[in-house]
Design a protein around this ligand. Structure first.
Ligand SMILES: C[S@@+](CC[C@H](N)C(=O)[O-])C[C@H]1O[C@@H](n2cnc3c(N)ncnc32)[C@H](O)[C@@H]1O
Length: 278
């Protein structure tokens, strides 16, 4: 093993993190785990990873566990990631849902594993930009969840640096929906007010989440799970989707199986999984 971390420490942390979050560190990821955990250990004032491990082994507090999960999640994201799913939402999915929910006048969207907020805020800006005429009659609710407390804190603040706003966000949207504060950009209250952020571990979806959604985005998170966890999480996503609703995964991700009521649709360049109504 090309590392100074011994097998016992590697096994301890990988088992802990997979049990809690589903994130599976395969052999070959030792250096990543070691680097991130060593950095956390030093930040928290421990001499090295060995000393941190001894502490965690005998007294793992909820705060420490959160810090370990935070450190080991990959929070890579950007505004309008992959672009074409947002085209599909604008051109096909929202027009269809608006029509279907004419009676309820409510459209519920879930950004599952929202990281630092760019995905749900992109959805909110898309609604403000293209569906504003429905805002007085329909309630658009965007629920955005993640397991990383630090990612959620940043998401709730809605403040992004220049590099982050340069990634995927059209300049017209930056001007219209952000306010500059020194070298950072704060997202507008109009955008924020459409999104509700919450802590949610995807392994606990069905136990914790009592609502169902018309559109679910769960992108670039299943890739971190084992086959078994992927199936479990995918099942709970499917069960959380309303009939007539849509599920969007990351471009490289596939459903674990094909439920009977699933129809795979190609909307523009985006593959979506539609839940049949009957
Ligand atoms: C690579 S980011 C993807 C963010 C966003 N969906 C996107 O596509 O840009 C993966 C996110 O999944 C979250 N995550 C990992 N395991 C999770 C779990 N068990 N429950 C909820 N979120 C989880 C991480 O904290 C991270 O923010």
């Amino acid at each position: 093993m090309p590392m100074s971390m011994n097998q016992e420490i590697f096994n301890f942390f990988t088992t802990l993190v997979e049990r809690v979050s589903g994130i599976s560190f395969q052999a070959g990821k030792e250096y990543l785990l070691e680097n991130r955990l060593t950095e956390l250990a030093l930040t928290l004032g421990y001499k090295d990873l060995q000393q941190f491990y001894q502490k965690v082994k005998i007294g793992l507090t909820p705060t420490l566990l959160n810090q370990i999960i935070d450190t080991l999640t990959t929070n890579e994201t950007y505004f309008f990631r992959d672009q074409h799913p947002f085209e599909a939402i604008k051109n096909h999915i929202l027009p269809d849902l608006i029509q279907k929910r004419e009676k309820e006048k409510q459209i519920k969207i879930w950004s599952a594993a929202c990281s630092t907020g760019q995905e749900p805020y992109s959805l909110a800006m898309l609604i403000l930009e293209h569906f504003s005429k429905y805002l007085s009659t329909y309630k658009f609710f965007i629920y955005a969840t993640d397991i990383s407390q630090s990612a959620l804190k940043k998401a709730k603040e809605g403040v992004y640096n220049q590099i982050e706003v340069n990634r995927g966000l059209p300049v017209t949207f930056l001007v219209k929906y952000f306010k500059q504060e020194g070298s950072s950009w704060r997202i507008d209250e109009r955008v924020k007010s459409l999104v509700k952020f919450d802590y949610l571990n995807l392994l606990e979806t069905e136990r914790k989440l009592k609502e169902k959604f018309d559109l679910i985005l769960c992108r670039y998170v299943l890739i971190y799970f084992s086959k078994e966890t992927k199936t479990k999480v995918f099942t709970s996503l499917w069960n959380t989707l309303n009939k007539g609703g849509y599920l969007i995964l990351g471009a490289t991700e596939l459903p674990s199986f094909t439920p009977q009521d699933m129809e795979k649709k190609l909307l523009g360049k985006t593959v979506v999984y539609y839940k049949k109504e009957s």
